[in-house]
Design a protein around this ligand. Structure first.
Ligand code: FES
Ligand SMILES: [Fe+2]
Length: 448
């Protein structure tokens, strides 16, 4: 690290790998099919896990000014997030307190108040009832005491998080070691570039399980060998007592395991080198050295190109994929300049369906779109992409998500079968067992 670097990471050797998490021992979980298909399980899971966990729900930059709001559904619940006059964000159940109508059916917008479509009760953006029809016909004017029901709400990493349990721990406590890792990226201002929300015919855990293991990469995503070392023996896995997990996979590294000891300099890696003013010809016979060279170069000239957050990032954060499975339902893969958010939420009533969000947020460097495009293999749309809604199969999502979802919808069919009793999972699939063990602890009343 150059001498003149300042900031929080000043005294730290950024060439060192991330510290290990506390890694409690992970019990092997049978992962039987019933967990993914039974209505009883589904209902109990919602009532114990979903209503007691911090949920990553919205994005601060999408409700930037007072009176802007965003609505997100979680299973049968609908939650309204509203930017307040003092720029804080508050969250409310999207339900009218007169006789229970859903208050708004719009997904986002800007408003001075919310008016119920049924009898016209009107609520201020801070949740107070400000108008009721025929107030004299009530024993006491409802405007004197009725408010929307509020949820716990906190902001972190540019996201809006909510918890339906008013006795919950702080978000920081819930996230544990994740907090410190994410702060380094300074992702608060990253903008959305892709936002696809897709109805998928599988239980939400089938997708989250898939994102908790890299065992499927060589078979389902063979193209990843061009940019990542997929071998589990060269990948770092962690779980933490708080219930989350992390995987760090070597990036800017054509797979030695797949190609043999002298992997080729792939096209994608050549492009990445050029982007940082390195000559691919220098790495023609030594592709495995490109990763270190990139790290040095990004550290050297990143700041002057506007990537000031590199000063806080560890070398491995500059090039490697850092994937976080946040309990219960989110997987976020961080690169140096962007994060892929994959989020699964349950269908309101059917255990064999879910809603899958595939969103990408990125740092917009001063030198523009080309740099952004090269940062990621995710499809990059126009700046601040509009959210798209569709059913799986109606149109492509992109190569990698289409590969994942095709597999998981097929797995759901098998999980329903009498012919499947329990999983026979590899060690590198421990993070799935961890997710399910934590779910069981919530369902048994041992957590939170
Ligand atoms: S249910 Fe909302 S005003 Fe009656
Ligand atoms: Fe995958």
């Amino acid at each position: 690290m150059p001498e003149e670097k300042k900031g929080a990471a000043e005294a730290e050797d950024l060439s060192l790998p991330a510290p290990k998490w506390d890694n409690p021992s992970v019990p092997v979980h049978p992962l039987n099919g019933e967990r993914y298909t039974s209505r009883e399980f589904f209902q109990k899971e919602f009532d114990t896990v979903w209503v007691k966990s911090w949920l990553l729900l919205g994005r601060e930059s999408e409700i930037p000014t007072p009176r802007t709001y965003q609505v997100e559904n979680v299973g049968p619940e609908s939650i309204l997030m509203v930017r307040q006059e003092d720029y804080s964000v508050r969250a409310f159940f999207n339900v009218c307190q007169h006789r229970g109508s859903r208050l708004t059916f719009s997904r986002d917008g800007e408003t001075d108040s919310f008016t119920c479509p049924y009898h016209g009760w009107e609520y201020a953006t801070d949740g107070r009832l400000i108008k009721a029809q025929d107030p004299e016909d009530f024993p006491r004017n409802p405007c004197e005491y009725v408010t929307l029901v509020e949820l716990k709400c906190e902001l972190f990493a540019g996201f809006v998080w909510v918890n339906m349990d008013t006795d919950c721990v702080s978000l920081r406590e819930f996230l544990g070691p994740v907090w410190e890792d994410w702060e380094r990226y300074q992702p608060n201002d990253w903008q959305r570039f892709t936002a696809m929300t897709v109805n998928v015919p599988c239980n939400w855990k089938v997708l989250q399980d898939n994102f908790c293991e890299s065992y499927h990469l060589p078979t389902v995503h063979p193209q990843l060998r061009e940019s990542h070392e997929e071998s589990y023996q060269k990948t770092s896995f962690d779980v933490c007592s708080e219930g989350h997990s992390r995987m760090i996979m070597l990036g800017a590294t054509p797979s030695e395991t797949q190609y043999g000891p002298k992997p080729p300099l792939t096209e994608g890696l050549s492009e990445r080198l050029k982007l940082w003013d390195l000559d691919p010809a220098d790495f023609e016979d030594r592709a495995l050295e490109a990763r270190k060279a990139l790290q040095q170069q990004m550290r050297e000239i990143g700041s002057e190109r506007g990537h000031t957050h590199y000063e806080n990032l560890r070398d491995e954060q500059l090039t490697d994929a850092h994937m976080y499975n946040i309990f219960p339902n989110c997987s976020l893969t961080f690169g140096a300049d962007g994060v892929l958010l994959q989020r699964m939420t349950p269908h309101p009533t059917d255990p064999e369906q879910c809603v899958f969000d595939h969103w990408y947020y990125a740092f917009m460097p001063p030198n523009g779109e080309d740099v952004l495009r090269a940062q990621t293999n995710v499809r990059v749309d126009a700046k601040g992409a509009e959210q798209e809604f569709f059913d799986y199969g109606d149109r492509p999502m992109g190569i990698i998500p289409d590969q994942d979802v095709a597999i998981t919808t097929g797995q759901q069919l098998g999980l329903r079968s009498r012919g499947f009793q329990r999983a026979t999972a590899a060690g590198q699939e421990d993070r799935i067992s961890w997710l399910h063990s934590i779910i069981d602890e919530y369902m048994n009343g041992q957590r939170p």
